[in-house]
Design a protein around this ligand. Structure first.
Ligand code: SF4
Ligand code: SF4
Ligand code: SF4
Length: 329
């Protein structure tokens, strides 16, 4: 089947433009709930089963992700120029070995925190949100949400402005300077580089394969593994069944307006979030706000602002008329 964009920036703008034309954001409903589209697939990440691949040189999921995506990794043009007009740039090309955080060369990472005396390992990568603000708000339309659930950055279009990172509640996309389209478009108006993140192994899914990280975890642990991938509704049911079994909690089902990644934990996510905060991790796990809520509020303000102004002008005119009638000045 020909892949179609489930929901992208262009359709968002079309909807927004139509709403403006109708003069009624409320009627069009530019809300995360109204525009969210659940994709076909989802991932279950069962934190009760992940041991961080202890004893191995690198978590198998991380190793598999790096291997399968190596051909997509950036090769910057030296010397790397600063991000105009700032006097800095992002360069991870000399730190490719870093695996304890997300980078343009490391699209998944496994966090480790102690909660109530228990060690918790947390595999992290893009959540592949149902209504991704990163895709909907990228000024260059460089991200798309696909029907298979994947939210993918087009590295040929990305200008590295990092808007996607700014509007992602988890700050997932990571920038490498010295690569990309902007090098050909000088002087650059913003950004400088290309953003990188997990693409849910979109190309593998097209071939009927599962994500490389899930496959690697499965090879190591079989049915007792923490990572499962499949049809969204089945994964959602698995997540709920597992949460019920362990009297635990789910993260990712509702966060950011819904995602296609379901975490299950017997430890409340608020506690995991608190430990991550204490460890000064930039990748947290707390309550989040969808950036499109803000856009929606702004759109309503923009559309209803003139109505408020007209109502105010009518009110003022009425007040002045009544003052004149009373002979007041
Ligand atoms: S998710 Fe699987 S492969 Fe990754 S660290 Fe946990 S056990 Fe290892
Ligand atoms: S987790 Fe962040 S980068 Fe991934 S789809 Fe959601 S908003 Fe975009
Ligand atoms: S789904 Fe693919 S790109 Fe994403 S973390 Fe797993 S291996 Fe990496």
């Amino acid at each position: 089947m020909e892949e179609r964009e489930a929901f992208n920036r262009r359709s968002f703008l079309k909807r927004g433009g139509m709403a403006a034309a109708l003069g009624a954001a409320g009627l069009m409903g530019i809300t995360p709930e109204a525009s969210a589209k659940t994709g076909t697939y989802a991932t279950l990440i069962d934190l009760t089963r992940c041991d961080g691949c202890k004893g191995e040189p690198m978590p198998r999921c991380v190793e598999a992700c790096r291997k399968v995506n190596e051909s997509q990794f950036p090769v910057p043009q030296e010397p790397i120029k600063d991000l105009w007009p700032q006097k800095k740039h992002d360069d991870w090309s000399k730190k490719k070995h870093v695996i304890d955080r997300l980078t343009p060369y490391n699209w998944t990472t496994v966090q480790n925190v102690q909660v109530d005396g228990e060690e918790v390992f947390i595999p992290r990568r893009c959540m592949h949100c149902d209504n991704p603000p990163c895709a909907n708000l990228c000024p260059f339309g460089a991200l798309n949400k696909y029907e298979d659930s994947a939210v993918v950055i087009n590295h040929d279009l990305c200008m590295g402005g990092a808007k996607c990172k700014g509007v992602c509640p988890w700050g997932i996309p990571q920038r490498q300077s010295g690569v990309g389209l902007y090098l050909k478009i000088q002087p650059l108006p913003a950004g400088g580089g290309v953003m990188y993140k997990c693409d849910l192994c979109h190309d593998r899914l097209k071939k009927g394969m599962i994500p490389a990280c899930v496959e690697a975890c499965q090879i190591r642990l079989g049915e007792g593994r923490p990572l499962f991938f499949g049809k969204r509704e089945e994964i959602r049911k698995m997540a709920h069944a597992r949460a019920k079994e362990i009297n635990g909690y789910i993260y990712g089902e509702r966060e950011n307006g819904g995602t296609s990644t379901f975490y299950v934990s017997k430890i409340p996510f608020e506690k995991i979030h608190a430990r991550l905060q204490e460890s000064k991790s930039p990748l947290l796990m707390g309550k989040v706000q969808n950036a499109l809520d803000e856009v929606n509020r702004w759109a309503k303000g923009f559309l209803f602002g003139p109505l408020v102004a007209v109502a105010g002008a009518v009110g003022l005119a009425f007040y002045q008329r009544s003052k004149e009638r009373k002979g007041e000045k």
